[in-house]
Write a protein that binds this ligand. Structure first.
Ligand SMILES: CC(C)(COP(=O)(O)OP(=O)(O)OC[C@H]1O[C@@H](n2cnc3c(N)ncnc32)[C@H](O)[C@@H]1OP(=O)(O)O)[C@@H](O)C(=O)NCCC(=O)NCCS
Length: 188
């Protein structure tokens, strides 16, 4: 194991102005938070993050049980905001119209500062670049704004250039650089 510092950005967006309406990609459903969906959020989180840079930064992303515990912890946090927590599902066409869960986002609202915190946004590899991530983010922002948030923020690893581009396109800007230390197994 070796200690590694990961450079991360805090990115924020002002919610004084209404964010654009989400464009929901066809064949995808966006499900508001329900307790019964916790397990699906956890599984999608695992599938979305397991092979990504953030799995080096946060060990919980490397196993499904870690993602389940993280999801339970988010759910229990004061300020957990169901309106900013969404699950995306792909609806296959007949003869296999089964739902395939493929995207997750969770939000927490600090009632004192009225700052919304996006926890993790993840889309499973086979469903990326179709607008699912953008739709999840805009749904979460609408949820924060509807609940009285004045700004929303997230943290992103500096190497995650695709995600940073996406956040900038939606109106987030970098407000601070932070460093996260992680114990990375050799060979990663
Ligand atoms: C970051 C992440 C959530 C983005 O999800 P996504 O569903 O691919 O996001 P979108 O499809 O909305 O946008 C991604 C790109 O696809 C493009 N796109 C959006 N809609 C599209 C469509 N209908 N057809 C084709 N391309 C489209 C966008 O232009 C965007 O490109 P850009 O970033 O250069 O502007 C996803 O890549 C992911 O889960 N990564 C791993 C986990 C992770 O790192 N999460 C972020 C942690 S901070």
């Amino acid at each position: 194991m070796a200690w590694t510092y990961f450079k991360r950005y805090r990115m924020e967006i002002d919610l004084a102005e209404k964010p654009p309406e989400p464009v929901l990609p066809p064949s995808y459903l966006f499900l508001p938070w329900r307790e019964e969906l916790l397990e699906h959020h956890a599984r999608v989180k695992f599938q979305s993050f397991r092979n990504e840079i953030d799995a080096n930064v946060f060990a919980c992303f490397t196993h499904e049980d870690g993602c389940r515990r993280l999801m339970q912890a988010i759910r229990r946090k004061p300020g957990f905001l169901p309106q900013a927590t969404w699950l995306a599902a792909f609806q296959g066409k007949s003869p296999s119209p089964r739902l395939e869960y493929c995207g997750t986002i969770q939000g927490i609202l600090d009632q004192e500062t009225r700052l919304g915190a996006i926890q993790n946004v993840g889309v499973t590899p086979g469903h990326r670049s179709r607008g699912v991530g953008s739709a999840l983010l805009l749904l979460a922002l609408a949820g924060f704004r509807g609940a009285g948030a004045v700004r929303a923020f997230l943290e992103v690893t500096a190497e995650n250039e695709g995600a940073i581009q996406l956040y900038e396109r939606l109106g987030f800007t970098v407000v601070r650089t932070v460093y996260k230390v992680a114990d990375v197994p050799a060979g990663r």
